[in-house]
Write a protein that binds this ligand. Structure first.
Ligand code: DHB
Ligand code: FE
Length: 280
């Protein structure tokens, strides 16, 4: 049977992709940030997940404001990246796992989560930057990927509770898959940030630290926030916290915190890194 081995949260911002492309790992600005990733890579090297479910939001590459699904999932053989205009080189396609994708889709639909299913899907920085941070060397055979895309861009955005509940259903779906595969769940984005308007540059360290603590021990404490609460407390793009909550929902109630780092500021955001071992 499939096993969920752990969950990871990470920032996904394009500036990281640019720093990677320029190998700018040691400068004063980036050193502390990049130095926080080796423990996560060592764990991945040791545990060797076969599949990564990557929960992110598309920022306008595959979906745009003309047609914005609340929840979309990839069911393709591979996922291509394209130029988004951030000055990051395009990176080679990522392999998919359509059989596991369809199993998750069928299980989630049976639990009344109505998804947009994508047999073609371009993946933007929300997906590619976390993949580059986790697996900087793309050795063969590569980890197979399942992109799960949540609308955090155009309101109404799904609530923390809805995303956590879908994560729970996704966890049940993966655990009921008959093949012996190890799966890691990656929740991307966050933490507090706002890119536009009067509050552009808004950060809230106190709230971020509260979220990083609660998401490990007591994620249910975060489920009563509404989306307007999150906009107020974490900024308009801080609602990406729902992506972390979906990841957390897929794990066991008790998890083992293996690594934690908070770096502020990184571009306009606070970057939170967590590595959680699943205790199933
Ligand atoms: C930034 C943050 C994001 O979440 C994003 O998707 C793009 C850019 C930033 O802070 O630069
Ligand atoms: Fe983002």
């Amino acid at each position: 049977m499939a096993k969920i081995v752990g969950g990871i949260t990470t920032s996904h911002i394009p500036a990281i992709g640019k720093a990677i492309a320029e190998k700018d790992f040691e400068s004063h600005y980036w050193k502390a940030f990049f130095d926080s990733y080796p423990p996560v890579r060592e764990w991945l090297d040791e545990v060797k997940p076969d599949v990564a479910v990557v929960i992110y939001n598309d920022h306008g590459l595959n979906f745009f404001l003309n047609a914005m699904p609340t929840f979309a999932i990839g069911a393709a053989q591979e996922y291509r990246n394209e130029d988004e205009g951030w000055g990051i080189p395009e990176i080679p396609p990522f392999p998919g796992d359509p059989k596991l994708s369809w199993h998750i889709i069928e299980s989630l639909m049976a639990e009344e989560f109505d998804l947009t299913t994508c047999q073609e899907m371009k993946v933007d920085h929300g997906f590619t930057v976390p993949m580059q941070l986790m697996w900087p060397e793309r050795r063969s055979p590569e980890v197979r990927t399942i992109p799960v895309c949540v609308n955090t861009v155009q309101h109404p955005v799904p609530s923390p509770k809805r995303c956590y509940d879908m994560g729970k259903a996704m966890g049940r779906a993966i655990r009921s898959y008959g093949e012996d595969v190890k799966v890691v769940i990656i929740g991307t984005g966050g933490l507090s940030h706002q890119l536009e308007g009067e509050r552009a540059g808004f950060l809230n360290q106190e709230f971020d630290e509260y979220c990083m603590e609660k998401i490990v021990e007591d994620p249910v404490a975060l489920l009563d926030y509404s989306i307007p609460d999150l906009v107020r407390l974490a900024g308009s793009q801080g609602v990406e916290l729902v992506l972390w909550l979906m990841m957390r929902g897929a794990l066991s109630d008790k998890v083992n915190l293996l690594h934690k780092k908070y770096t502020i500021p990184i571009s306009n955001t606070a970057a939170g890194l967590l590595l959680l071992e699943n205790l199933d």
